[in-house]
Design a protein around this ligand. Structure first.
Ligand SMILES: [Zn+2]
Length: 109
């Protein structure tokens, strides 16, 4: 989370469903044209958050990208989704079932 981000900005900010195959196209190259091998490590296990660690063996460019803003070690999208489920009156079991059927990464109970 950037210093200028305010919680209400994150609430009103648009969020999107992104397919992994489409997203990984963005990480197939490094910042420079290269013939090097780009190592992409996809780190899941953060509920709805995805972390991509990219290393280029040619120019040694490396970066870590998170799909959600973080507050310390807490992915804020997971927190906001939990709050949204509660405040919308939705049943957690139904939301998690919908996510599972759709293939949407989500935290579990
Ligand atoms: Zn490179």
């Amino acid at each position: 989370m950037k210093e200028t981000d305010k919680p209400c900005d994150l609430v009103t900010e648009s969020k999107y469903i992104v397919f992994e195959g489409e997203l990984m196209q963005l990480f197939a190259t490094c910042c420079e044209p290269t013939t090097g091998i780009i190592d992409q490590r996809v780190n899941t296990g953060w509920g709805s958050m995805l972390r991509i660690i990219q290393d280029c063996d040619n120019c040694h460019y490396t970066r870590t990208w998170n799909s959600q803003p973080m507050k310390g070690n807490l992915p804020l999208g997971n927190l906001m989704m939990s709050a949204t489920i509660v405040y919308s009156g939705s049943k957690v079991s139904q939301v998690l079932r919908l996510a599972h059927i759709f293939g949407l990464k989500m935290f579990s109970r």
